[in-house]
Ligand binder design. Structure first.
Ligand code: FMN
Length: 145
């Protein structure tokens, strides 16, 4: 059975907690979950993935958390074909910042630009984590799990 690649980046722990909970939701559906920090994912790794969920918060001024900085550095300049990926993004942020959910937004836009298929619109959390469970449930269904 195809596995789920659950990729995350968090600065203060909230997005990590969300990723852990999404992993539990998936495992309760007997899905084979491979959970990893974004920085542990190379572009070669990405090319082997099919079903991907990404959970990331935003730090600085619309930036990826430290555990996703290296990934973004690679992805932002990548010229690879990600047509084999189906994905969705859960972005955590706070609308008091100018670049609301900037990290999730730029990763989402770049994946789409590289040919990955977005199976569900990005879910944006504003100052909390509301709605991520529904996002996870619908995403898993649309990914065919
Ligand atoms: C120093 C700092 C910078 C932030 N910058 C942004 C930002 O540019 N855009 C945004 O939407 N949220 C921003 N946030 C809000 C966080 O993304 C939000 O609180 C999130 O839930 C934190 O998740 P985490 O605990 O996984 O890092 C910032 C928070 C901090 C502490």
């Amino acid at each position: 059975m195809t596995k789920l690649n659950l990729l995350y980046a968090s600065e203060m722990g909230t997005a990590m907690e969300v990723a852990d909970n999404v992993s539990e939701i998936a495992k309760n559906k007997s899905i084979d979950v491979d959970q990893a920090e974004l920085n542990d994912v190379s572009m070669d790794d990405l090319l082997t993935m099919n079903k991907v969920l990404i959970v990331t918060s935003t730090t600085g001024d619309g930036d990826l958390p430290m555990m996703g900085e290296m990934f973004w550095e690679e992805l932002s300049k990548a010229e690879i074909d990600l047509k084999n990926i189906e994905y969705s993004v859960c972005a955590l942020g706070d609308s008091s910042h100018f670049h609301f959910c900037g990290a999730g937004k730029k990763v989402d836009e770049k994946l789409e630009e590289l040919g990955a298929k977005k199976i569900l619109e990005r879910h944006e959390c504003d100052g909390d984590t509301e709605g991520y469970e529904e996002w996870a449930a619908i995403s898993l269904e649309k990914l065919g799990f």
